[in-house]
Design a protein around this ligand. Structure first.
Ligand SMILES: [Zn+2]
Length: 91
């Protein structure tokens, strides 16, 4: 993934935190953690700066993903269960 693609993924997630069918998008960080849409929005300046500057402070984004299946995913910033967020939406 190129830096520009990662930056676009962050911007896209802020504009559209849910995919077309209501699934919550998850931002996968370079260090392998995942972050929820609300935290991406709250911290987008830090994330965009770290992603642009290849800064390994923990804010560097890699790509947006949709957690289709698997174990519950915890946000690395607020510890919310991101699959739980999906369930709350009634899908
Ligand atoms: Zn969060």
């Amino acid at each position: 993934m190129k830096t520009r693609d990662s930056i676009n993924a962050v911007k896209d997630m802020i504009r559209a935190p849910y995919a077309w069918d209501g699934y919550t998008k998850v931002m996968v960080m370079v260090d392998g953690d995942s972050m929820c849409a609300a935290c991406v929005k709250d911290n987008y300046r830090s994330i965009l700066r770290a992603t642009r500057d290849n800064d390994r402070s923990g804010w560097q984004a890699y790509a947006a993903e949709i957690p289709w299946e698997g174990a519950p995913l915890q946000c690395c910033a607020c510890a919310v269960d991101m699959r739980g967020m999906y369930a709350v939406r009634g899908f």
